[in-house]
Design a protein around this ligand. Structure first.
Ligand SMILES: C[S@@+](CC[C@H](N)C(=O)[O-])C[C@H]1O[C@@H](n2cnc3c(N)ncnc32)[C@H](O)[C@@H]1O
Length: 717
């Protein structure tokens, strides 16, 4: 095999014992990863949890005195007893050669979770914004992302379509912390700490992605792109990997005596059948004459067919889809759309009981034979279609029959891919469409991007300032860059779930909302970020005598100070001070930022629960958001166990008293759109018996068994 094996063979011939020993050592050495990335894993990684109340059995650190900036005692102690009246805890040193014990004031302790420890996560709600009755909520979770990812294995295992992350680039300029300490330029373990941090998170992220079709997108710059590329190859040997070079700062940043840096890199890791959607955008201006040629696709004579909004044929009765029986109000003078009403429920309700707004007439879905029918889409979707010029009103002759046309998903998909072009709009804003003439005019996206809209300073930093005047965040991405990047994977997936677990200022969620508005759809984004303050702020706060966990400290943290308010401002169109956001969106879908989006968001902070409390139903309030998230984060949430023993919302139900199974199952069987049923019981036989009575399309989950098993068997690091 090699010169070395030949030599060992000859030693073996002369001295079998020495030869065998040498052979053993050689095999041990060559069994190590010969190629690829070898790095120190830096176990254990740990995180301090300043918001967590100290409990008996916890691991804690003793904090340095207030108004000091030193690291303090880094050793870990175990809490053996708590004396609440004295405000003290008795501690025992962990992993000590010589046993050591002491009593310390509770307020000088911080709970520490080592990543190898099992955790039982929960969420507490810290606010919400609602502008849509039907869309799922984007969620923002304040927490250590390693633990939030673990929590998501209960709610989103194999359910994520796209992960987009922009991790700390490991510049050496205090841009991230490992085990609570900034990693600085002269740290000799700087790269291996970064790799260890990334590897741990990517391994859990892998469990969340849809194996059959999903994408992981990671942005990076020259400091770590080589190591990251190898790490991705090692963690995801089954995936296809591509790297795009992206111009983000045409002026460039000096790099000593080297070339000025103008770009960064984006890794795309494709799983299963994931593919880049052709959106007729090459992403690169090549400088060829062709760049400035009008690329507007030429139209063919073939006509684009619109759908009739009134359902005909099968399933066309009012009772077949009770939510799709609602009035559309037409202005009596102009014959144009005035507004779209709400579904008339229950199915037996009389439509004549609905009063049309003054000056309008109500048009109902009435079939040719005069019976009550239904529209093809729900009222919220129809509003979206009209809003985008994708629906139109037919001739109005004063009566209560008007026909409406709308674009089906199939046609909208062809607009998105460029196969159909919007060549104009009529006076009501309705699109005029034509099939695109030449197939060649569809431009394939390339691996080098140089769009001006991707400038991080203008459309990242400055744009963020428009939403949050006076607040700063280091290096947000250009909103339009994230939007373009995501569109390649979610344009044809109106229900996609996107996850960003280094979400920083919340650009990814903002981009998902823009995509929903442009293409229609109910895509949702889960944003995870911790509540770190900047290094400067940290120094000032410490000097002023504050510690993490104090209100003054936490309110300046990224999640509370930037991420949540930015997403709220994007949705409402108002700054945190209540002023209209100034300026318009640019490039695609230009409109005033103050219009906001018809979207919802829910804000949470990660909590750490005790296993016994969960088992005894005492942590329900904190588990409740996880149950809602698992059911799709849509509609209302069951926050408390109801006295009658069960509860049902739009998408899920909870049975907490199995003696109430009969009314519960009856309600479940009548409900539409239900996805999950949670049944709280220790009795497997009764659980099975109830699940047999549930509809086939509803997933039964046993509590707290499913939850506890998920986290008890979750891999430690
Ligand atoms: C480079 S920024 C992301 C910027 C983002 N793409 C934007 O456009 O605003 C990375 C973010 O990840 C957060 N972060 C770093 N380590 C984390 C961890 N272990 N858990 C949660 N968040 C973390 C940092 O606080 C920082 O806000």
């Amino acid at each position: 095999m090699s010169r070395l094996t030949d030599l060992i063979a000859s030693v073996k011939a002369k001295d079998p014992t020495l030869g065998a020993d040498l052979d053993k050592e050689f095999k041990a050495l060559s069994a190590r990863l010969p190629f690829g990335l070898n790095f120190e894993r830096h176990r254990p990684e740990a995180v301090e949890l300043p918001l967590r109340t100290v409990r008996r059995g916890d691991k804690v650190r003793i904090l340095p005195p207030r108004k000091t900036n030193d690291k303090g005692d880094q050793r870990l102690w175990s809490v053996t007893a708590i004396n609440k009246s004295k405000g003290k805890a008795s501690l025992k040193l962990i992993n000590a050669d010589a046993p050591e014990q002491k009593d310390v004031a509770l307020e000088d302790l911080v709970v520490v979770a080592e990543f190898k420890d099992k955790i039982y996560p929960g969420l507490v709600s810290t606010g919400s914004v609602r502008r849509s009755d039907t869309k799922p909520a984007h969620t923002v979770i304040n927490g250590e992302n390693y633990h939030v990812l673990k929590a998501l294995t209960f709610t989103h295992r194999g359910k994520i379509d796209v992960i987009y992350i922009d991790p700390p680039y490991n510049t050496g300029a205090k841009d991230w912390k490992y085990n609570n300490n900034y990693v600085e330029r002269d740290d000799q373990y700087r790269h291996s700490k970064w790799l260890a941090m990334m590897e741990r998170r990517l391994l859990i992220a892998k469990e969340l992605l849809k194996p059959e079709e999903s994408v992981l997108i990671v942005t990076i710059d020259e400091k770590e792109y080589l190591r990251l590329g190898m790490l991705l190859e090692q963690i995801f040997p089954e995936a296809r990997i591509q790297m795009v070079t992206s111009l983000i700062n045409p002026k460039g940043v000096a790099r000593g005596q080297d070339f000025y840096r103008v770009d960064e890199y984006i890794y795309f890791v494709f799983f299963g059948s994931a593919a880049v959607t052709k959106l007729n955008d090459p992403m690169i201006l090549t400088g060829k004459k062709n760049d400035n040629v009008d690329k507007t696709p030429k139209a063919t004579a073939k006509k684009v067919r619109w759908g009739n909004l009134l359902r005909s044929g099968t399933d066309a009765k009012r009772s077949d889809r009770k939510h799709q029986f609602y009035p559309v109000f037409i202005d009596k003078v102009t014959g144009q759309l005035h507004s779209i009403g709400e579904p008339l429920l229950p199915v037996t309700a009389n439509r004549n009981s609905v009063k049309a707004p003054d000056g309008t007439v109500a048009i109902w879905p009435i079939r040719k034979d005069g019976t009550e029918g239904r529209w093809q889409v729900g009222n919220v979707r129809l509003r979206e279609l009209f809003g985008k010029g994708y629906a139109s009103v037919g001739r109005f002759n004063g009566g209560d029959r008007v026909s409406f046309s709308y674009l089906t998903d199939n046609i909208i998909e062809q607009i998105d891919t460029g196969a159909i072009s919007i060549i104009n709009r009529d006076e009501n804003g309705v699109v005029i469409l034509a099939y695109t003439e030449e197939k060649e005019s569809i431009e394939n996206p390339k691996t080098m991007w140089n769009k001006t809209s991707h400038s991080a300073s203008e459309y990242g930093t400055s744009l963020l300032r428009q939403f949050l005047p006076g607040r700063t965040f280091p290096f947000p991405k250009s909103l339009y860059a994230v939007e373009d990047t995501l569109k390649f994977f979610v344009a044809r997936k109106p229900e996609a779930t996107v996850l960003d677990f280094f979400s920083g200022s919340g650009t990814t969620a903002h981009a998902v909302m823009r995509i929903n508005r442009q293409l229609g759809g109910r895509r949702q984004c889960i944003s995870v970020t911790n509540n770190e303050v900047s290094p400067n702020e940290q120094e000032n706060l410490l000097k002023a005598g504050y510690r993490p966990g104090d209100e003054e400290w936490e309110k300046l943290g990224i999640c509370d100070h930037v991420t949540k308010p930015r997403i709220e401002a994007a949705i409402t169109g108002k700054t945190p001070e209540g002023d209209d956001v100034k300026g318009n969106y640019k490039f695609t879908d230009e409109f005033p930022m103050s219009e906001g989006f018809e979207e919802n968001a829910e804000f949470f902070t990660l909590t750490y629960e005790a296993k016994e409390a969960v088992n005894h139903n005492l942590a329900f309030k904190q588990i409740a958001p996880l149950l809602w998230l698992r059911a799709g984060a849509v509609g209302s949430r069951i926050n408390n166990l109801s006295k009658r023993g069960w509860d049902v919302t739009e998408t899920y139900g909870i049975l907490s008293d199995i003696d109430q199974a009969t009314p519960f199952v009856q309600c479940i069987n009548e409900a539409e759109n239900l996805r999950i049923v949670y049944i709280v019981t220790d009795d497997d036989r009764r659980f099975q018996a109830i699940t047999r009575r549930l509809p086939k399309n509803v997933e039964p989950v046993r509590l707290y068994e499913a939850y506890l098993t998920n986290f008890s068997f979750a891999n430690g690091e």
